[in-house]
Design a protein around this ligand. Sequence first.
Ligand SMILES: Cc1cc2nc3c(=O)[nH]c(=O)nc-3n(C[C@H](O)[C@H](O)[C@H](O)COP(=O)(O)OP(=O)(O)OC[C@H]3O[C@@H](n4cnc5c(N)ncnc54)[C@H](O)[C@@H]3O)c2cc1C
Length: 231
Amino acid sequence: MPLEVKLIAHTTDPARVVAASARLCYSASSAGALYDGLDGTDIRRFLKKLRDVGHLSPFEHASFTYAVEGVSRVATHQLVRHRLASYSQQSQRYVTMGELRCVAPPEVESSAEASRIFRETAEIAYAAYERMVELGVPREDARFILPHGWETSIVVTMNARELLHFFGLRLCRRAQWEIRAAARRMLALAHEASPELFEYAGPPCLSGPCREFKPCGRPYGSLEEVLEEDR
Ligand SMILES: Cc1cc2nc3c(=O)[nH]c(=O)nc-3n(C[C@H](O)[C@H](O)[C@H](O)COP(=O)(O)OP(=O)(O)OC[C@H]3O[C@@H](n4cnc5c(N)ncnc54)[C@H](O)[C@@H]3O)c2cc1C
């Protein structure tokens, strides 16, 4: 299946939660009263202030849960390197790999010969997996032969602070195409749910100098450009 990202849950009115939590730090009022009393302008003003001074811990009160499907284990290995998050991933020990499901990179698919080699090799690996399972090898051991690009599903929960960090790293053009594609969809959904929290999300080149050792030389001009990219 093609890559699919769904925002399955998030904090209600997340920008208000973040702004009210931040205001509490500087106010004698109760958090509940502050939450109820904020209007849209207050919220944006407060979020800007937090970003300007780097007081980002209030962003941790807003949480977002995504279901990511049709993604390779290559990409989920990169995803789970982000430690300030919660994950649940489909198990290759308990779930039978009932058919060949391997994500083919576009660079492979752009060549007929590379595509053929990729498909045939994946088929051989999958046939070996099936045969070993038939022979009584536990699935948890037989899976060692499956390709790294094997398709998987994962649920990930991150708070808004970690998401902003994640988007900064994984939407850079230097990040790999598949995790970038997943991050792009995650940001589009987060931005739809809370434009205030994510209006300045994205790679560092959107707001300042590139931080990469080897800059790509093509800085993004706007968030829209980041979100509209195909790959
Ligand atoms: C383009 C790109 C190329 C990469 N190439 C490689 C590679 O070749 N090899 C490789 O191994 N990895 C590679 N990575 C992964 C990278 O090194 C990080 O492991 C990954 O991006 C997770 O980011 P993070 O560590 O900043 O933060 P997260 O785990 O998302 O944590 C967020 C922040 O919390 C803080 N934090 C979290 N845990 C700790 C801790 N234990 N101690 C102190 N502070 C902590 C840090 O400030 C951290 O930035 C690459 C990543 C990118 C984006």
